[in-house]
Design a binder for this molecule. Structure first.
Ligand SMILES: [Mg+2]
Length: 285
């Protein structure tokens, strides 16, 4: 059931999408840091008309990672609390340092443990105390352990992707450390559902435009589904894609931005219904 607000938001994209149905499809070429999936791509022949696309984010859109980060941060805070550092101050300092480090180091694998060690150093500066290498090493190890956890898929992900792939090109566009993201995609068996898998250090409007350009369709024929306002929704809207936010547990990186006027959903199972309204009923088989 669509609310009046949702209907109003979708009216314009539907009109544009109808015009886009005649858009000529050019054969896709590789984009950015595409995960090499040659064998997979040779075997895959989608029955979709291939003039519309849905771009999915990975972390906390298709699979859940934030809970692992939150648990790791709590472990780190508890460890420093046992060393005499107040929990609330440690949290504040960590959030400040980690946010600044996103600008410096992006989503690299080293950023998260580095932010924890820098937090330890900062707390020592504020409160006095001797730097202990063993404590710093333990802190770094706590931070690195987050990458050992296998994320859990959202309920119904495979069914939703199988359904959507009958009518649209599907792209997985995920930001982060290449090795970490590749390992997650492989262990979760996600590559088989996508025409393209793109791993990028950071997502912005330029990256979104390139992904859609390389599919040979205009931005109005593509939809972005992601959890992050900063990484998914704002860049997608700037690039001219329809943006759908899937609500998920957030982190400090997203709390500093605001966006309105895009669809918000809690359940991934709503995506096929929204895709039909925004991109048209594109099924051919
Ligand atoms: Mg995400």
């Amino acid at each position: 059931m669509w609310t009046a607000k949702e209907e109003s938001m979708q009216r314009q994209p539907i009109v544009v999408a109808v015009a886009c149905q005649r858009w000529a499809f050019a054969h896709p070429i590789r984009v950015g840091r595409l995960v090499p999936l040659k064998r997979f791509n040779r075997k895959r022949r989608s029955s979709a008309r291939r003039d519309t696309a849905i771009v999915f984010d990975g972390d906390d859109t298709l699979w859940l990672t934030q809970r692992h980060y939150d648990e790791t941060i709590q472990l780190f805070i508890s460890f420093l609390s046992a060393q005499g550092f107040p929990r609330a101050i440690t949290r504040q300092v960590f959030d400040r340092i980690d946010l600044a480090n996103v600008s410096k180091h992006g989503f690299s694998r080293e950023r998260f443990p580095r932010s924890m060690v820098e937090t330890y150093r900062d707390l020592l500066k504020q409160r006095g105390g001797k730097y202990e290498r063993a404590v710093a090493a333990r802190v770094r190890m706590i931070g690195r352990d987050v990458f050992a956890s296998l994320p859990e898929l959202r309920p119904g992900v495979r069914t939703v992707l199988r359904d959507l792939r009958r009518g649209h090109m599907l792209v997985l566009l995920t930001a982060g450390d290449r090795l970490v993201q590749r390992a997650k995609i492989r262990r979760l068996g996600m590559a088989r559902y996508f025409d393209r898998v793109v791993i990028t250090p950071l997502k912005n409007a330029k990256v979104m435009r390139k992904v859609v350009d390389d599919l040979g369709i205009p931005p109005c024929c593509a939809m972005m589904v992601g959890n992050s306002l900063r990484s998914d929704i704002l860049p997608a809207r700037e690039a001219g894609l329809t943006a759908v936010q899937i609500l998920a547990r957030g982190w400090h990186y997203d709390r500093s931005v605001r966006s309105t006027g895009h669809l918000r959903i809690r359940n991934l199972q709503r995506v096929p219904e929204i895709a039909r309204k925004v991109l048209g009923p594109n099924y051919v088989g």
